[in-house]
Design a protein. Structure first.
Length: 274
């Protein structure tokens, strides 16, 4: 198994696209976790950059929309096809809505599975608030209904939604770890999806919990002979990042925190880093 550590575009959108790409490469990342540019120039720049520098990408699908469920399904498949153009490690999908019925969300999951069967591009569904996997309780129903359903583990949302370190969801967490094919390296806590600074001693308890979950995911993928396991450093900008009142100055620098998480993961999982 080979672990690749990726940087998100999220929070760096204000940079010129070529500056963003260089910034990530020069920081020592293996690639990018990003949505595909809509304009042809940006798309060509990204695809050429990946090939020239032999870097990797997880394509990010979060744009699907529609006035009704029929429109949403059509949009969802359209964006999956756009994501596949990048020849990604996998597609990370913000699938469905928390207010869709179970049957509607299962229809979307089946669309993604059929897409993967036809294209060979794996689609994994992020455990994100407002989406199909917004809580352990909701995703448990999906686990029971679809044996092939796999996820991007962003447990920062779950600790926030359940106001816990998932102590009461042991069996669901174990199943989620078995199904995780991508990790978002962000630390949440009981009242929010992102701690102010993972380096601070007051957040050590949260960091330790998340590291233990990620270790189990890495081991599971190693045993399962996963070829590439992508890890995305996903500390976000404001308002995920707390800010000082009135001045609106972020409490920490987003890219610095993400590079800290990159270095931490690089050291912790060194034997899987080729």
């Amino acid at each position: 198994m080979n672990i690749k550590i990726l940087s998100p575009l999220w929070g760096l959108e204000d940079l010129k696209y070529d500056v963003f790409l260089d910034k990530v490469k020069n920081a020592g990342y293996d690639g990018f976790d990003t949505w595909i540019p809509e304009d042809k120039k940006g798309k060509k720049l990204l695809f050429d950059y990946l090939q020239k520098h032999e870097m990797y990408i997880v394509a990010h699908q979060h744009e699907a929309n529609g006035k009704n469920f029929t429109e949403f399904k059509k949009s969802f498949l359209s964006y999956l096809n756009i994501c596949a153009e990048a020849d990604p490690i996998l597609i990370n999908s913000h699938t469905g809505r928390d207010y869709f019925t179970l049957d509607q969300n299962l229809q979307l999951i089946d669309i993604a599975q059929n897409f993967s069967d036809k294209t060979g591009v794996n689609v994994v569904h992020e455990t994100h608030r407002g989406r199909v996997g917004y809580s352990p309780q909701m995703i448990d129903e999906i686990f029971k209904a679809r044996k092939s359903f796999s996820i991007t583990a962003d447990f920062s949302h779950w600790v926030c939604v359940t106001e816990s370190m998932l102590e009461n969801f042991t069996s669901i967490l174990t199943e989620a770890i078995k199904r995780s094919r991508h990790i978002h390296l962000r630390i949440g806590f009981e009242q929010g999806p992102q701690v102010s600074d993972p380096r601070a001693p007051e957040w050590k308890y949260a960091l330790d919990n998340f590291l233990s979950w990620w270790d189990r995911i890495v081991e599971q993928n190693y045993v399962s002979k996963t070829e590439i396991l992508p890890l995305t450093t996903e500390f976000g900008p404001k308002p995920y990042m707390p800010a000082i009142p009135f001045s609106n100055v972020p409490l920490a620098d987003q890219f610095t925190l993400n590079c800290y998480m990159k270095d931490l993961a690089d050291l912790r999982y060194k034997k899987f880093r080729n």
